[in-house]
Design a protein around this ligand. Structure first.
Ligand SMILES: [Cu+2]
Length: 175
């Protein structure tokens, strides 16, 4: 299935430029940066945990000049991974983003969404988005099963409670 980036690409940059992103993105927009140290020994999403309202568009932007990254949700249809987004939510995979590339995904169902970077999952490059809050109609909490996730990935997800309390959680060592 086409992702949003492909749809926009097929639709033509001219159309997007004419009507402007404010028109295309009707709801709120939040950004998650993909970053890394200059020599690439350390890579991360910032924030690593983010609370948003339903209907928010998330923009993943690669600000790491030395690495390509992906934003890929945990879903059986993507590389046969465990299901760690709400049932019924549309899975996303940004494919490889070069430096300064970005990718957007619209999140509408309340619940917990876990994602990772395809080449850097084993370096702990994962993140968690909480849409809405427990008690919202249709809320689906964090996945109960660890599946095949490496320990470094499981350790990388902030708790839902911490994300809801702070609104956004930065990775360890990042301001
Ligand atoms: Cu990466």
């Amino acid at each position: 299935m086409p992702n949003r980036r492909q749809v926009l690409a097929v639709g033509g940059g001219g159309v997007v430029a004419l009507i402007g992103p404010a028109f295309v993105l009707a709801g709120p927009l939040e950004e998650i940066r993909m970053q890394g140290t200059s020599r690439g020994e350390h890579v991360w999403f910032a924030p690593v945990g983010l609370a948003v309202a339903a209907g928010t568009t998330l923009r993943f932007v690669n600000l790491d000049p030395g690495n390509s990254h992906t934003s890929t949700c945990y879903h059986p249809t993507l590389f046969d991974r465990p299901h760690r987004i709400p049932a019924g939510a549309t899975p996303w995979d940004s494919d490889f983003l070069l430096p300064n590339d970005s990718f957007e995904v619209l999140l509408t169902l309340p619940g917990v969404y876990d994602f990772y970077c395809l080449p850097h999952e084993h370096a702990g490059m994962v993140g968690r988005i909480v849409v809405g809050k427990p008690g919202d109609a249709g809320w689906q909490g964090a996945a109960a099963e660890a599946g095949d996730l490496p320990a470094v990935a499981l350790d990388g997800f902030p708790s839902v409670e911490a994300i809801l309390k702070a609104g956004r959680v930065m990775p360890p060592g990042q301001p």
